[in-house]
Design a protein around this ligand. Structure first.
Ligand SMILES: [Zn+2]
Length: 453
């Protein structure tokens, strides 16, 4: 273990320091520098490790190992010399931002506890926001607003932070909102009388440096409410960004800001209607297209490649196929990723003894495809889009070759087949709701039954 002198607790605002390299640690691609002293805070307590530069070498993270060694992780490339002195420079905007977020979290957790009896279970500091997981299963919005207002009021009253060391016994008698987890001396951080807690992180000197806090949302996790917060310059950035967005939207829609939400709701409703009618129109077009193709075909068996770039076109054709009583249809479409999608609809007399497991064995390997479904619709994808023509041709052949598993359908037998399918359909029907089988009814000469699976 290398003992590095830590100056970040005594001098948390120090941005540069001359240091000596005492070791280089290499672990695969990962290279790290150990220094005689450091101003870089290693990741801990939810606060990320510091970043910066050692001379011209970039430090991308700081970590404390189990044996206490502080490693300054280098970006890829050359490494500094052992024994040589360098100027260690902190990425101050990164460090200060997290000092603001971290101190804001202390104050918010303190006020949640003292004013609403809400405890803090865990905290997480991200690059965009920080979160406080509470022990509450519900928090009224008015409570959150009151906490936010109270915290901002304390920020504006310039309350200095105090750090002192106490014994475990002393700390235990102070009624801290969070239990002390170490047995030896503890580092207590206080923000006036508003909050005191044992903490090994870095904080700003005065509450005013937090600038402002803003609650931006809540979510549920492990049956608790987790609150999302912004503090420091992040609140100013968010307000500027949001204001610019609202201003742009007002210009786009020639509206006042208070008109934007009802306007967006109205447009959303119109868009939903338009999409519904567009879909109906596209299905109607697909019906006409299928009618044209059937008029040119000797049998109601058609297969074609769809060149339309509309990704949903196969679904429109599948829906259009519902309008036909006697049809064997296969459509394939190349996708942007050079793969393909396919859909098959086989119904009425055409269905004969159509067996999809035969298709799975004989046709899908042509396109290295997969898929499934239930009568009368099957769909899937494939990777060999250059084999689409062969795939479609083989589908047609299924209905014309007697040596294949599908019963060949001759014109004469189609009429008998059609009558049989209507009778069978009347006698036995499955009722589907979405993808789930809801029930079956069976009409036999002497009985009627509705069975629930
Ligand atoms: Zn802290």
């Amino acid at each position: 273990m290398h003992v590095t002198e830590k100056t970040y607790y005594d001098l948390p605002y120090e941005r540069e320091l001359t240091v000596r390299v005492v070791d280089i640690i290499t672990d695969g691609k990962h290279k790290a520098v150990v220094l005689d002293k450091t101003i870089f805070y290693p990741e801990g307590g939810g606060q990320p490790g510091d970043m910066g530069w050692l001379g011209t070498y970039e430090i991308i993270d700081t970590q404390k190992k189990n044996d206490g060694t502080i490693e300054h992780v280098l970006s890829e490339g050359d490494v500094p010399e052992i024994g040589k002195e360098y100027r260690l420079m902190l990425n101050w905007s990164h460090r200060y931002d997290f000092m603001q977020q971290h101190t804001a979290q202390h104050l918010i957790s303190g006020i949640l506890y003292s004013s609403a009896s809400i405890g803090t279970v865990s905290v997480h500091f991200g690059k965009d926001l920080f979160t406080i997981e509470t022990d509450a299963d519900e928090i009224e919005p008015t409570v959150l607003l009151a906490v936010e207002d109270k915290v901002n009021e304390i920020i504006r009253t310039h309350v200095p932070l105090q750090v002192k060391t106490a014994t475990r016994e002393e700390a235990d008698t102070m009624g801290l909102r969070r239990e002390v987890k170490v047995d030896n001396d503890v580092r207590l951080v206080s923000i006036g009388s508003y909050d005191t807690i044992a903490c090994g992180g870095l904080h700003v000197r005065n509450s005013s440096e937090i600038i402002h806090v803003m609650c931006i949302g809540t979510e549920r996790i492990r049956n608790h409410v987790r609150i999302q917060w912004l503090a420091g310059a992040r609140t100013v950035d968010a307000m500027r960004t949001n204001h610019a967005i609202v201003k742009q939207l007002c210009t786009v829609f020639s509206s006042k800001d208070y008109e934007l939400v009802p306007l967006a709701q109205s447009l959303q409703s119109q868009l939903t209607d338009a999409r519904y009618h567009l879909r109906k129109a596209k299905v109607a077009l697909a019906v006409e297209s299928l009618k044209e193709k059937l008029a040119c075909a000797e049998n109601p068996i058609i297969a074609f490649e769809c060149g339309d770039e509309e990704p949903e076109i196969l679904r429109f054709y599948a829906e259009a196929a519902e309008s036909f009583d006697d049809l064997a249809l296969c459509i394939a479409q190349k996708r942007n990723d050079e793969q393909l999608s396919w859909v098959m609809v086989v119904k009425g007399p055409c269905a004969g003894s159509f067996d999809f497991s035969f298709v799975r064995q004989q046709l899908l390997p042509i396109i290295e495809g997969k898929g499934g479904g239930r009568p009368p619709l099957w769909q899937g994808a494939g990777t060999k889009s250059d084999q689409i023509s062969l795939f479609l041709q083989r589908f047609i052949e299924l209905f014309s070759r007697e040596d294949l598993a599908c019963t060949p359908l001759r014109k004469k037998s189609r009429i008998i087949n059609y009558i049989c399918s209507i009778l069978l359909g009347l006698m036995h029907k499955e009722i589907w709701t979405g993808d789930k089988l809801f029930g079956k009814w069976c009409l036999l000469p002497c009985s009627f039954s509705l069975s629930m699976p």
